[in-house]
Design a protein around this ligand. Structure first.
Ligand code: HEC
Ligand code: HEC
Ligand code: HEC
Ligand code: HEC
Ligand code: HEC
Length: 449
């Protein structure tokens, strides 16, 4: 198992000589864009020699797939094409800083328009073990302000930072890091701003920071890790479910601890992991979505021409949807049938091309060009035009005007549905047909008058 010890010493000497120079640049130097050498980062495969369970969980997670994700790839190339405005190009090229972070800090790729087929193999593995566990600081809370101090590769792995203060590993050094126990380590990548226009593009961390989960008493605070690194199959670990500890060992041979943080990093993406033959993550995403929200319909009487639907964010530590909330679709599907089973009102039913009708009730963000015109390309986003998403632990009430008054015997069915990317946006990508993205039921209610 200890194959890193087999590396010849000759190499080690050269490496050590370079170490000295690198340390001068990095110690106490708050620059996260430091040019490191690719050899400094140790492959997740090596970590998996000892941390096999953690590595298995992380494999095919959205972090592992951040660079390979076909939806991200096709979309980022599409958005970059044909731009002429220098500021828009800067934004459209910026994606690799988070989606290929090991490549970015080692000098390639620096831009989406670089020849990505030349990306070093280790950098294609996305947000990985040695990247997160080399973090020592955060210099700004958006657009990936992580500051790293990696080791010098397998020969001299350096310090891996984590939640334990009494860890004594045999391969690498270990150090307690408070940052790793806080939402900030996640938040600096999960808040995204336009690099020139400053438009807030993703605000998951800010949404969490302003939510009741960010309790001023640390005992009651639920961090990103408190939900997302407690989830495992059978344990959705959302705000509306129990989040039991996960006793176990950090390696195949170390002592048991009361809680080992899981590394599946599941959000809501049920499409991309199966493209890499991982169905476990898709099931976990569905479990998460099913324990995120509730819906209820206000008491209805025959003769009434209005329907009031309440949607509550009961389980997410941020808005629903969060992240790339301009692409995600969370919507209400409403069907009212009379006592002969005939539909007398519908809303939010996908048509045969899987497109949502214009007047559906969709919770999302719409960006604008600065003059009030909606834009799809985030590179052109100068303003947030609308944002009707459901904040953590809050409810929204939607009032629907009906064409006919409700009658005795009518059956009202309402579902809250989720789809990762709108079909209309996917259809814009030329010569590309993705398998239809799954539509996931988050909540459902049926009442009879
Ligand atoms: C996105 C960043 C990130 C990635 C990628 C990541 N980890 Fe972690 N890991 C963390 C954080 C954060 C914690 C501590 C959570 C806390 O204390 O709240 C942690 C905890 C740990 C621990 C302590 C034991 C435990 O799980 O509680 C080990 C060991 C570990 N990680 C190893 C790995 C290995 C091996 C990989 C790759 C297969 C990996 N990590 C990938 C962020 C990451
Ligand atoms: C030779 C086995 C071995 C290898 C390879 C290995 N580790 Fe560890 N690691 C350990 C042991 C043992 C512990 C201590 C576990 C404990 O204290 O419960 C540990 C602990 C950790 C911790 C917790 C540190 C803390 O203080 O909280 C992190 C983080 C970690 N390893 C990351 C990594 C990463 C990243 C890699 C790959 C670059 C890696 N490990 C490779 C054996 C290994
Ligand atoms: C109280 C539990 C909880 C906390 C705390 C929490 N989340 Fe979530 N998260 C969820 C649930 C439930 C979902 C699925 C519903 C949804 O998509 O919003 C989710 C989904 C996500 C998604 C996928 C969203 C999408 O639709 O694409 C991301 C990304 C995410 N969380 C990141 C974070 C980050 C980063 C933090 C900390 C700043 C955090 N979460 C804190 C429960 C939580
Ligand atoms: C280096 C930047 C970076 C850091 C640090 C980071 N993330 Fe992420 N995270 C990403 C990117 C990029 C993606 C999306 C990849 C994709 O969809 O192609 C992602 C995806 C996710 C998802 C899956 C979302 C979905 O739609 O299913 C979850 C959950 C998540 N991150 C949680 C966390 C948590 C918790 C932490 C802190 C422990 C964290 N992230 C730290 C960049 C980061
Ligand atoms: C500061 C970090 C950061 C930067 C820069 C960034 N992203 Fe992301 N990206 C994320 C995170 C975090 C997620 C996960 C959010 C979620 O799941 O909703 C994500 C998710 C995505 C997804 C969803 C993928 C899927 O499979 O559903 C797409 C598409 C995407 N990003 C495109 C881009 C493009 C295009 C750019 C550059 C113009 C970019 N991103 C720049 C952090 C970043």
């Amino acid at each position: 198992m200890l194959r890193f010890k087999l590396i010849p010493c000759g190499m080690g000497i050269t490496v050590v000589a370079i170490v000295g120079a690198m340390v001068l640049f990095t110690v106490g130097n708050a620059i996260s864009d430091d040019k490191f050498k690719i050899e400094q980062f140790i492959s997740p495969e090596i970590c998996s020699d000892c941390h096999s369970k953690i590595a298995e969980q992380w494999e095919n997670s959205m972090h592992n797939l951040a660079h390979k994700d076909p939806i991200y790839n096709k979309l980022s190339q599409f958005l970059r094409k044909g731009l002429i405005d220098e500021n828009e190009i800067k934004e459209a090229d910026s994606c690799v800083k988070c989606h290929t972070p090991v490549g970015y800090v080692t000098g390639f790729p620096r831009k989406v328009s670089d020849d990505l087929s030349k990306t070093a193999p280790i950098a294609t593995l996305g947000i990985q073990c040695d990247y997160c566990h080399s973090v020592v600081d955060v210099k700004k809370m958006y657009n990936n302000g992580l500051v790293l101090e990696p080791g010098e590769g397998e020969d001299d792995p350096g310090i891996k930072r984590g939640p334990f203060s009494d860890s004594e590993p045999d391969f690498h050094e270990a150090q307690y890091s408070k940052l790793h126990t806080q939402s900030n380590i996640c938040g600096t990548c999960h808040d995204v701003k336009h690099v020139v226009f400053d438009t807030p593009i993703e605000t998951t961390f800010t949404e969490w920071k302003n939510s009741p989960y960010n309790d001023s008493n640390p005992e009651n605070r639920v961090t990103c890790q408190g939900c997302h690194m407690y989830q495992r199959p059978g344990v959705p670990a959302t705000g509306s479910t129990n989040r039991p500890e996960n006793p176990g060992s950090a390696t195949d041979y170390s002592d048991e601890r009361p809680h080992i943080f899981t590394h599946y990093f599941v959000g809501a993406n049920a499409n991309v992991p199966p493209m890499f033959n991982d169905n476990t993550k898709a099931l976990m995403a569905k479990a998460r979505l099913k324990n995120a929200a509730t819906i209820s319909v206000d008491k209805n009487e025959p003769g009434q021409k209005k329907l009031k639907i309440r949607v509550t964010n009961s389980g997410a530590g941020h808005s629903i949807p969060t992240g790339v909330a301009d692409l995600r679709q969370v919507w209400l599907e409403i069907v009212i049938r009379n006592k002969d089973q005939k539909p007398i009102f519908t809303s939010g039913l996908l048509n045969k091309d899987r497109i949502l009708p214009e007047n559906s009730i969709v919770f999302r963000i719409v960006f604008g060009d600065g003059n009030g015109k909606p834009v799809i390309n985030i590179a052109k986003a100068k303003q947030v035009l609308t944002d009707n998403r459901i904040k953590a632990k809050q409810s929204v009430i939607q009032t629907i005007e009906l064409p006919l008054p409700l009658k005795e015997g009518d059956v009202i069915s309402v579902r809250l549905l989720y789809r990762s990317v709108s079909q209309k946006i996917l259809n814009l990508i030329p010569n590309e047909t993705f398998e239809p993205l799954s539509v996931i039921e988050m909540a459902k209610i049926q009442t009879k008058l």
